[in-house]
Design a protein around this ligand. Sequence first.
Ligand code: UDP
Length: 244
Amino acid sequence: MSQKLEKLIDKKGLRLDGRKLDELRSIKIEVGALSNADGSAYIQQGKNKILAAVYGPKELHPKHLALPDRMVLRCRYHMAPFSVQERKSPAPSRREIELSKVIREALEPSIFIEYYPRTSIDLFIEVLQADGGTRCASITAASLALADAGIPMRDLVASCAAGKVDDTIVLDLMDTEDKVGTADVPVALMPNLNAITLLQMDGILTLEEFEKAVNLALEGCRKIYTMQKETLKAKYIGVKEVEE
Ligand code: UDP
């Protein structure tokens, strides 16, 4: 978050990319984008382009990390060197290590981890192009990749952020809004269980602004959830029709 450089919302209440305050970026999701992973998904959210791939459940190596009563979810969030304007080192940064943990913790409550003792699920997230809100888009895609791998889940996890730009609470910040704006609140939700699995805040908000941002982000999550379900149904209903 830096000082204000430009006006982010015009007189008509439209944002730099023409969106209304409560409008998501355009989202395109594909399930099963990679044939060699056990499950996968690809998401485009605005200019973000992210792949998620899942392997498992499988025997955990090294074995001493295995847990007797549950499966271990391992997650690696990685940004390609060409995914941002200034070349990023391919080595894992502190930010990527933190986001890997945050994403794992947002997804873990949705999985019946107790069904698969001594095993692991490995989740790989590759950000090919980044434009703000990649942790949320990664969670949305990764949850679909887990479902695509046939892993028993309590619910899908849908994720999106809201934040404050030009003293206004808006939905789904893109990179410029994230950097020039003053706050960002990423949220992840299991909509069917009405359970929040991620809630962060970067910047400063009043209590009322925080509540407004969380509620707006939750609304965004519910819209994304509808898209997730439609994408899954489109793939698997299609498979059934071909088999019959
Ligand atoms: N970003 C960048 N270089 C980096 C890391 C991030 O340009 O090394 C940009 C990228 O567009 C990212 C945005 O900054 O989406 C916001 O990053 P943040 O850490 O807030 O996570 P995100 O909003 O992507 O979940």
